[in-house]
Design a protein around this ligand. Structure first.
Ligand code: ATP
Length: 311
């Protein structure tokens, strides 16, 4: 906790994520799908500073394109702070300063990281001391990816993706991320998947109603073996994302032609994540993709979840 010009503030850092495995189950009557996800938290972070205020306000800056980030009650960080205040009966508000480094609408859970960081920051700022499982419950209400931004590391998500269990993982994986200058809407990508499955129902057969993360993925994570993981990665949202944005196929081809072990659309895209064998290959790939005019950042995984940073 620090004091700035009289107002106390708390700084929390939370990570973005990559889905190394994302299987989407059959469409359910309520319009949702069960999913099976293997999440890895990556070293692209969101920093949230919460300070005392009588109402709820947000300011945003950062290294990524920010024009799509709402500055009103539509911002998930404001929703998180209000939800915590409601749950705990806290009567004041908070001013939230967000520093974004996770691409917006990029399929890497930047908004979810902001929500997780805000819950933790406001809980500390307000002294509400909500137990961890109750914070996770609020996280779940805010979005399926929010609990993972809170816990970080490597985890398996089932149900809506928010029923988390930690996965055994060792070592550090090297990722190279090609960022797009456009966003893809997660609901639109799911809609495209449903339409594709409906059109090809006869050849595809029914989607598994109970999706699960493949044993080969768990083994690769446990072994810390990037080659094994590259073979096992899967994302059911990749084909619909490519259908909506055909230019992503070229990105995948360029990365895989320049030494990536494998490329995968991250979540609902449009970020494309390339897994490299080691740091040297990651650096070479970064240079090659930059030379091909892509916006590229390097990241390692797994990293920790939302944490208070002493300023
Ligand atoms: P996910 O992979 O969790 O579906 P994403 O990484 O594709 O999400 P985000 O950047 O987390 O996308 O969120 C995108 C949407 O959420 C945008 O429509 C944006 O307007 C809205 N939004 C609300 N609050 C935020 C925030 N704090 N940061 C970014 N986007 C926000």
């Amino acid at each position: 906790m620090i004091s700035r010009g009289g107002a106390r503030s708390v700084h929390v850092r939370a990570p973005g994520k990559i889905n190394v495995y994302l299987e989407v189950g059959a469409l359910q009557e309520d319009g949702y799908h069960d999913v099976a996800i293997a999440y890895q938290a990556v070293s692209l972070y969101e920093d949230v500073r919460a300070s005392e205020s009588s109402d709820f306000t947000v300011a945003v800056q950062g290294s990524v394109e920010l024009s799509r980030v709402p500055l009103d009650d539509g911002n998930i960080a404001i929703r998180a702070a209000k939800l915590l205040a409601e749950r705990t009966g806290y009567r004041g508000g908070a001013h939230l300063e967000i520093e974004k480094h996770v691409p917006v609408t990029g399929g890497m859970g930047g908004g979810s990281a902001d929500a997780a960081a805000t819950l933790l920051a406001c809980d500390a700022l307000w002294g509400t001391e909500l137990p961890r499982d109750e914070i996770l419950d609020l996280a779940r209400q805010l979005g399926a990816d929010v609990p993972f931004a809170f816990t970080g590391g490597t985890a398996i998500g089932t149900g809506r993706g928010d029923e988390l269990s930690p996965a055994l993982a060792q070592g550090t994986f090297q990722w190279v991320l090609a960022l797009a200058d456009f966003g893809l809407s997660t609901p639109a990508v799911y809609r495209e998947l449903d339409e594709h499955r409906a059109r090809h129902a006869e050849t595809l057969g029914a989607a598994d109603p109970r999706p699960s993360v493949g044993a080969d993925v768990l083994q690769a994570l446990r072994a810390g073996d990037p080659r094994m993981l590259a073979e096992a990665m899967r994302n059911d949202l990749q084909a619909p994302a490519l259908h909506l944005e055909p230019s992503l196929a070229k990105v995948l081809e360029t990365g895989e032609g320049n030494g990536a072990l494998a490329g995968i659309v991250s979540g609902s895209g449009p970020t494309v994540a390339f897994l490299a064998a080691d740091l040297d290959s990651a650096l070479e790939l970064q240079v090659a993709l930059s030379a091909a005019q892509y916006t590229v950042v390097r990241a390692t995984a797994p990293v920790h979840g939302a944490r208070i940073i002493p300023d």
